[in-house]
Design a protein around this ligand. Sequence first.
Ligand code: FES
Length: 159
Amino acid sequence: MSEKDEFSHKIEEALRNPRNLGEMEGADAVGTVGSVDCGDMLRMWVKFREEGGKRVIDRATFQTFGCETAIAVASVATELIAGKTPEEALKMDSRELSAPLGPLPPVKIHCAQLVEGALRSALAPDSTPVNTEALAPTLLESFQGRDAKPKQIKLEPQE
Ligand code: FES
């Protein structure tokens, strides 16, 4: 199987049963980003728990208007970050967050960066605390302008 076919197969698999798709009630942190490059948006919700005296990510969920790759990356990324501290999760870049899918084609790298951006938006220590109740309940309502403007991220090419 060629690398391209293998990638397509992994994306199809992830889309057949996307993990952690949907909004999360009672989330502790929320991050929403929009790509200035492709115009897509992604929101990630995070819930923490205490484990061994540390705060770790209990679970994360997402919604997106992104492409299939963004959905697949968000699906695997939300599984990868479960059980990590926010600091550990913040050290992961888009390449690590999408690793279970294998190397992304260059034209799809920005889709993984959208996921990384949403995660950073939710977990960045310097981000202002999010009042999740003040957010539009769905990403669609955000997109329709009933929410605070999402952070716009500029997606940089990876080396
Ligand atoms: Fe925009 Fe994939 S093309 S997220």
